[in-house]
Design a protein around this ligand. Structure first.
Ligand code: ATP
Ligand code: MG
Length: 293
């Protein structure tokens, strides 16, 4: 996408996420000037479940139109942090966050921010494909009907399926159940469903971990194809996958607090090539060379 078009869309994102009718409440969400082209600025973020910290004091930023990978051993809080980027943790009653996450300069936790609009702008694809028990067409049309009912539905569905590299495989069976698709096709359908509502960011939590190598390759190719249009944050346990698809990589691990509690921490965040070939922290090196985790 041309950068002028991209920044025009960023302005639009900012306006839509903050409900300006609640003027009093918007004050704390008011936009700061984000550094460069940053989509997320994560500052001193700690997420706890029932008072037990799962991930502690994370500071990092996510740049526009880049693929950012979260890697690290099981339980270090990758999913927890990912879910906090579109306020999915709000749906878990025991979860609580401290610190600040700014999205295009707006504080995502502010009361003036509409979580439903946040989740439309910041879509999510889960580890296991989770299509609705509906037709292929209706899966992709679902969000469009909800958010933009006056748009040309057929056109938008086709566009999303093409962008998710699934159109050719499903164009003759749009009324078939989504559950009749293979696992890899179902995952691309979920990506099409996320794309259909015209998001700005797509969060992916191990999107290929349940897929065979051929389907995995298709997902990776798809990520490479769509990254000029979206900002992507992907959790993966597959190091090769992180090194193939990601521009930036964040390595998380599990550390001990002074009180002896174990919780996730961000160890190192850098260009993917640095993380894999010249990491600055011995813990990162041990992990990426397979000596740990
Ligand atoms: N809904 C929840 N309720 C309570 N604790 C949770 C919940 N979700 C995660 N946790 C805890 O938070 C910590 C981080 O979990 P999280 O799922 O974020 O890790 P992860 O890095 O994604 O692990 P994996 O690689 O296995 O997916 C773990 O100790 C986990 O048990
Ligand atoms: Mg996880």
């Amino acid at each position: 996408m041309a950068s002028s078009e991209s920044s025009a869309r960023a302005e639009e994102d900012q306006e839509r996420v903050v409900d300006t009718t609640e003027q009093d409440d918007v004050t704390s969400a008011r936009r700061t000037t984000p550094e460069q082209d940053l989509v997320f600025e994560i500052e001193n973020v700690t997420v706890s479940y029932g008072g037990r910290p799962a991930i502690v004091d994370v500071n990092m930023a996510v740049a526009r139109n880049q693929v950012t990978a979260f890697i690290g051993p099981s339980g270090c809080g990758k999913t927890t942090l990912l879910r906090s980027l579109n306020r999915m943790n709000d749906l878990i009653p025991s979860a609580a966050m401290t610190g600040t996450i700014r999205y295009h300069g707006y504080d995502l936790s502010s009361t003036g921010v509409d979580p439903v609009e946040v989740r439309r702008r910041i879509g999510m694809v889960f580890q296991r494909p989770n299509p609705f028990h509906k037709s292929i067409f209706d899966n992709v049309a679902f969000g469009i009907r909800l958010h933009d009912p006056r748009s040309d539905l057929k056109d938008r569905v086709e566009q999303a399926l093409r962008r998710a590299a699934l159109w050719d495989e499903v164009k003759d069976r749009m009324d078939a159940s989504a559950l009749s698709l293979s696992g890899g096709q179902q995952q691309r359908l979920c990506i099409a469903r996320a794309i259909a509502v015209d998001p700005d960011v797509i969060l992916m939590d191990e999107p290929a971990s349940a897929l065979d190598p051929v389907a995995t390759q298709k997902i990776e190719d798809l990520i490479a194809e769509i990254k000029d249009k979206y900002t992507i944050v992907i959790v993966t346990h597959n190091m090769q996958q992180a090194s193939r698809v990601a521009d930036m990589t964040a390595f998380f691990s599990v550390g001990d607090s002074a009180e002896g509690e174990r919780h996730g921490i961000l160890v190192e965040y850098d260009q993917t090539t640095s993380i894999f070939t010249n990491p600055g922290d011995p813990r990162t090196e041990a992990y990426v060379t397979g000596r740990f985790g």
